[in-house]
Structure formats: C-alpha cells, structure tokens
Design a protein around this ligand. Structure first.
Ligand code: C2E
Ligand code: CA
Ligand code: CA
Length: 729
C-alpha cells in the first residue's frame, strides 16, 4: 500500500466518516427540534429570532432520516430493513408536505417542513409550485423519452435538469423567493449544483458516470468535493446572511428565509451525500469482491484446487516488486497415457483421478508451489532446494503416482513421467522449459520415471515438436506416408504365409524418417489414431488388389495396431467395416499388438472380439519389456513374434539358445505359433529352426518392400520351380 500525505489522510478520514457524521448530525438536529417543540424552546433564535420551533412532524422526519442513515454494515438484516423503512417514511412525509399546495388541502397547511414561515411567504402560491412541478414533470418525461430512444447521455442530462428544477423549486418555495421570476439566489445555484453532483453519485449505473464512482483519481476527487459540500454550505449560508444583514437588506423574512434555505440545503446534502457515498461504496465493494473472486478463480484450478496455469506463469516471471525468493528447481509432471484412460473410462473417472493426483502431489511437494498447467500436466516450483533434493522429489512423485488409484470400486494404475531442472545444473536455461524437455525424454524412454535435465535435451525437444507438426501435415498429403510389406516365411515348407505392413514416412526435407521415431511421436500426440486409420485403409486396398489377383493365395496382411488406438476408439469395428466395404474376409488380416495392449482390460476385450470376428492376433515384440508368461494363456492370441533381441541373444550364448527353445516350447504348449523376427544370418536361421520356430521374418528372406517390389519378388519365387523362398545370403 502506498503511503499518503497527512492532508490526504485527513480527507480520507473525513470522507469515510461522512456517512456516520451525516447520520449523527441528522439525528441530533431532529432530536433538538423535537425537544424544542416539546419544551417550547426556540432553538432557531440564532438563525432567525422570533420564529417558532419546527413542526413535530418535520422533527420526526429528521430523526427518522438520521436513524435511517446510520451505518448498517455488519448489522442484522432486520436492522437494515428498519433503517430503509425509516428513510422511506421520512421521505414520504416530507414529500406530502411539499406537495401540500399541489394537493390543495388545508389540512397540511401549517405542517410545513420548516415552520409556519412557508404559509406566510408572499410568493408561495400553489400555482407557483404547480408550474415548477409541471416543469419538473416535463423534464422527467423528456428524459424518459430520450432513454427510450437509446440516447442515454441526453436522457441523463434531462434527468439532471429535472432534479435541478426540483431543487430550485423547493429551495425557492422554502425561500419565499420567486426563483424563476426574480432570478436565482447564489446560494440556491450552489445548492443546486452540489445536489446535481451528488445525484451523479446516486445514479452510477450509467456508463459515463462510472469513472466517478470507481476507485480512480477523478472518482476520489468528486467524493472529496461532496464530502466538503456540507460544511461549505453552512459557511456560505452564514456569510451570506451576515452580509445581507450588514447591507441593510436584513428584514426578518430575508434572514429567516436564508437560514432555512441553508438548513434545507444542508439536510438535503446530507441525505444525498449519504445516499451517494453508500452507493459508491457498495459499487466499489461489489467490484472489489468480483475482482477478488475472478482473481481467486484465475489463480486456482477449479477441478483440483491447485494453482492455475496463469498463477504458475506469474510465479515463473516474478515482477521487480516481488520479494519472493527465486525458484531453485522446477518439476514438470505428465501422466502417462492419461488421455487414453480418460477416453476409455470416461471423464468422471478421469476427473477423480486428477483430483487424487493433485492430492498426492501436494503431499510430496510440501511447502512448494504445485500447479496444474495442462489437462494432465502438473508443475512444482521449489524454492531453496539443492539439485539432489529436487531429484529426490521427482522420484518421490513417480513413486506416489505409481500407487494404484482406487476410484469407486475399481482400481486404476497410473504412471507419470517427471522432468526436473535445477538452476544450478541448468543455469542458463528456462527452468520450466528445461523440465518440460526432460519430461519428454522420460516419456520417450517409456514413461514411469523421473529424468533430470541435461542441456542436450533442448534441441532434441525442439526437433520433436517440429516432427509433430510435420507429421500432422503429412497426414493431409497423399504421398508422404505409405506402407511397405515384409514377407513372413513358414520354415517347414519355406512358403510365404503372410506379410507385415510397415509404415514409411518420406519427409519432404529430411527424407525417410524411421517408423520407430514417428510412430512414437504419433502415439504421444494422439496422431496415431488418424495415422492408423490412413494406414489401415491402405492395407485394405492392397489386400483387395492381391485378393483379386491371387484369390485364396493372397498373403495375410499383418497390421500393427498401437495400444493407444485401442484406448481411443473402436479400431476393430473400423477395420471390420473397411474389410466389409472391400468385400474381404476378416481372415485376410492379422492384428499385431505389443504387450502394452494387454495391460488394459478394455483392449483385451476388443482383441477377444477381434478374434471372434475372424482375425488372428499376434503378440509383437515378445520378450522385450516385462512380458508376463503367466498372462499368455488368457489372451486371445494365435501367435507370438519373438523380438529380434531373442535371436541375437541365442546366437551370442548357449544360455540364450536354451532360453529360446524353452520359450518356443512354452508357446507351442499353449497352442501358439512362433514367428522369429530379425533373422539376418544363416546361423541365426539354423538356430531358430532348431529351436522349433514356425516362421521367420527377416532380411535373410526379404526386406520390407513397396507393393510393386513385392509383386516382382513374388513373381520370381513363383517362377522358380520348387517355389520355396530362397535365403538372400
Ligand atoms: P515391428 O512391428 O517389430 O516391425 C518389425 C521391424 O523389424 C521393422 O522395422 C522391420 O523392418 C524390422 N526388421 C525385419 N527384419 C529385420 C531383420 O532381419 N533385421 C533387422 N535389423 N530388422 C528387421 P521398421 O519397419 O523400422 O518398424 C519399426 C517399428 O515401427 C515396428 O516394429 C513397429 O513397432 C513400428 N511400426 C511400423 N509400422 C507401423 C504401423 O503401421 N503401425 C504401428 N502402430 N507401428 C508400426
Ligand atoms: Ca510388428
Ligand atoms: Ca516386432
């Protein structure tokens, strides 16, 4: 908060208390007048000697007004209602009294607001007031018409005109001076202008008045002016009545009228200042509350209650005025395959999981700032930690998120990739970006791990993003993405039994991009879904062509389907539909899936359905990662494809060969066919044959080929007399 000068403080004090002072003043004046009436004391002698005290009704009005404007903040609702009622009653009575000449009744003749002097005034004829009232009514009507015509500024001006007319008429009426005929008394003009200003505050809804009530410089200035109005008017009234007296103008009437005029203006100003400042305060308060709630909403994430993305941004880029210590380390956390969970189990469960993730993160993070910076992305900003402590925390985060989630009756497994960057180990890097890069490396290495940032990662990450963008483009181009086909040869008769469809991407600038690289990018970005559909359609087209040519001899096409595709839609139905449209049986295709697809019950169900629909299902890359042998019997498999590393191990050691044989026997025991992948050399071929593998896919027979290459290859082996496939080495 800025420091304020003493005068400014004084003015602020006066303003903040103007309402209380107004209320107390009103009550005191009212009580005195009432007392004066009861005890026949002429309190007004100072102002106008010889004039009897004010009428009791007027006094009651004043007291009511005073009570009504007592500060009501923090009081029970009942009190506030009572206060409003008091004001309303007082105003009604006052209005009735002023309306007396209009109504034309004699009943109210002597109960004028400021004593009998009104009854005696020379120009206080009903007609006079009537014409004033007509002017006021006209102004109000004009204002309404302008408002209806949607000219708010003009309408507002007319409304102020009306208010001004009311004031002038009232003051003139009390004054006993014909304000329109004889010219305006300076005090009247002053009163009118002050009241108009006050009215400005009383109608702050209008756009062009808004700045006045806002917590702005002009708004404050106007309020200060208003706060000064009361004492100023008293002073002016007093000076003027004195000067009239000294200039020989002083008849009892003149002085009295001036005094009462002053009193009237003071009270009206009180009322208006009170109304105005109340409204201004209320608007200010409402605005501040709205701002506060907007700020609060913006600074926390609605779902998890963690800090919001915006708030985290603010923390990241501290302003000069901030006294906060600098961020020492940043952890960037991304849930693995959360999108798939969300789509498979629904957003309700996804949301519940996020809430639980947030809870665990907060526990691990302790005093450090935790925020949700994306759908399933979180960040922790640590202050005053060592690189070691930050890395420990990252490991603790993966551990905490690795504990199964229990939502409703179900248990869910979730893992996270965590990147961590420390200002000591990455001094020149943007910590947040560095942690993000490290996280992506963790993700690429299979997720479920924490990865500290090393400066290499930046450029790696950038090329990754570029690749994502280019892949997105490639999906819309005809000829960048295609399929090649690699034969799978049965060992018993060396015949072609199937081909595996493998994706190829010919990047316009970078040339061929290895599928291991772009498939991984496609999986992390979700682009695998459209990419998978595109490749699937190409495979079905190819199968149809071969079927037309070779009929039953056409090779089965093995199609790779990523676990992400299972999680994000009904990939099997898509394939069935495409085959049906091409008039092909489901037996034309074999689905290759990695173990990843078997960690999820829904994917297993989809594969069972695929099996029932007539597809064969092969487990790809068997032996890498943590294949669980015990799982095998319950999976809807027809074959397993042994990873190339198996073949390599088998040639490297005798233990490897024993292992290979054991696995093949086990698979056969379960009724599964075994395909050996990556067989390149004759000795490898001999080894896998000895181990009992059923078929082989490897460079030793053929490399993956474009369809026309494949056709030539096929034609060649068909023309060779015995028709077995020769090894290329
Ligand atoms: P994968 O499914 O295990 O495919 C077999 C990979 O082994 C292919 O690599 C193939 O070219 C290679 N290969 C075959 N025989 C030999 C050999 O004798 N020696 C060696 N060194 N390699 C051999 P490629 O085409 O680079 O594909 C790599 C991986 O990319 C595939 O591994 C698969 O996981 C993925 N992939 C390729 N196409 C697709 C696709 O259309 N969809 C999906 N989801 N993944 C695909
Ligand atoms: Ca494969
Ligand atoms: Ca494989």
């Amino acid at each position: 908060m800025q420091s304020e000068s003493v005068p400014a403080l004084t003015v602020r004090w006066l303003i903040t208390r103007s309402r209380i002072m107004g209320a107390i003043g009103g009550a005191i004046v009212g009580a005195l007048v009432l007392l004066g009436y009861a005890l026949h004391i002429d309190w007004t002698w100072r102002l106008s000697p010889g004039v009897p005290a004010t009428h009791p009704l007027t006094a009651i009005c004043l007291v009511l007004l005073g009570l009504g404007f007592l500060p009501t903040r923090g009081r029970p609702r009942r009190m506030r209602v009572l206060a409003r009622l008091a004001v309303l009653t007082a105003l009604t009575i006052l209005l009735l009294r002023f309306a007396r000449p209009l109504i034309g009744t004699t009943f109210l003749t002597d109960i004028t607001p400021f004593g009998h002097i009104v009854a005696e005034q020379p120009s206080g004829s009903p007609i006079k007031v009537g014409t004033n009232a007509a002017r006021v009514l006209t102004a109000i009507a004009v204002s309404e018409i302008l408002r209806w015509l949607r000219w708010p500024a003009a309408s507002q001006a007319a409304a102020f005109g009306a208010i001004g007319l009311v004031i002038v008429a009232l003051v003139g009426y009390i004054d006993g001076v014909s304000t329109f005929r004889g010219g305006l008394a300076p005090q009247t003009v002053l009163a009118a202008s002050f009241l108009v200003i006050a009215t400005l505050f009383a109608t702050p809804r209008h756009g062009f008045l808004r700045p006045l009530v806002a917590d702005s410089e002009p708004g404050r200035l106007a309020r200060i002016l208003l706060g000064c109005a009361t004492p100023l008017l008293v002073l002016i009234g007093w000076v003027m009545s004195r000067s009239m007296h000294f200039h020989g103008l002083s008849s009892v009437e003149a002085q009295t009228s001036l005094s009462y005029q002053t009193a009237a203006v003071i009270i009206l100003t009180w009322v208006l200042v009170t109304v105005a400042s109340t409204r201004a305060e209320r608007i200010d308060r409402r605005r501040r509350r709205a701002e506060a709630s907007v700020l609060a909403a913006a600074s926390t994430d609605a779902l998890t209650g963690l800090l919001s993305r915006d708030r985290m941004e603010q923390l990241r880029t501290p302003r000069d005025s901030d006294q906060r210590p600098p961020i020492a380390a940043t952890l960037f956390i991304d849930l693995d395959r959360f999108r798939a969970v969300n789509e498979a189990f629904g957003h309700r469960i996804g949301d519940d999981m996020l809430v639980e993730v947030a809870r665990r993160l907060r526990t691990v993070a302790g005093p450090h700032a935790v925020g949700r910076v994306g759908g399933d992305e979180f960040a922790i900003y640590c202050v005053g930690v060592s690189p070691r402590e930050a890395e420990d925390m990252a490991v603790a985060v993966t551990a905490a998120l690795g504990i199964p989630f229990k939502i409703g009756e179900r248990r869910f497994h979730l893992t996270a990739s965590v990147g961590v960057a420390h200002s000591e180990t990455a001094p020149e890097a943007d910590l947040r970006q560095a942690a993000d890069s490290a996280m992506h490396v963790a993700k690429r290495r299979g997720g479920n791990q924490a990865m500290p940032f090393v400066s290499l990662m930046h450029s790696e990450r950038r090329s990754q993003i570029e690749l994502e963008q280019d892949l997105y483009e490639a999906l819309n181009h005809q000829d960048e993405l295609s399929l090649v086909y690699q034969p799978i040869i049965r060992l018993s008769d060396r015949r072609l039994v199937a081909v595996e469809a493998l994706a190829r991407w010919m990047h316009p600038q970078m040339g061929a991009i290895p599928p291991n690289r772009f498939i991984q990018v496609a999986e992390t970005t979700g682009l695998i879904v459209p990419l998978g559909l595109k490749l699937m359609a190409a495979a079905v087209r190819q199968a149809a062509l071969w079927r037309v040519r070779d009929h039953e001899d056409a090779p089965v096409i093995n199609l790779n389907i990523s676990p992400v595709q299972f999680a994000s839609g009904d990939v099997i139905s898509d394939l069935v539909r495409m085959l049906w449209q091409a008039d092909l049986p489901t037996s034309a295709m074999c689905i290759e899936v990695t173990e990843g697809a078997f960690t999820d019950e829904d994917a297993i169900r989809a594969l069972r359905e695929a099996r029932q629909a007539g597809f064969t299902v092969a487990m790809d890359d068997f032996g890498v990662g943590y294949s669980s042998l015990s799982q095998l019997p319950r999976l809807p498999l027809a074959s397993v494809k042994l990873d190339r590393s198996f073949v390599l191990d088998a040639t490297a050691s005798s233990g490897g060969a024993t292992m290979l044989t054991a696995i093949v026997q086990l698979a056969h025991g379960l009724g599964l066919k075994v395909v050996a992948e990556g067989v390149e050399k004759a000795e490898q071929l001999a080894l896998v044959t000895r181990a009992g593998c059923d078929s082989v896919q490897g460079f030793i027979f053929a490399r993956p080929m474009r369809p026309e290459e494949f056709d030539t290859w096929l034609a060649e082996i068909k023309h060779s007399a015995k028709n077995p496939v020769e090894t290329t080495s």
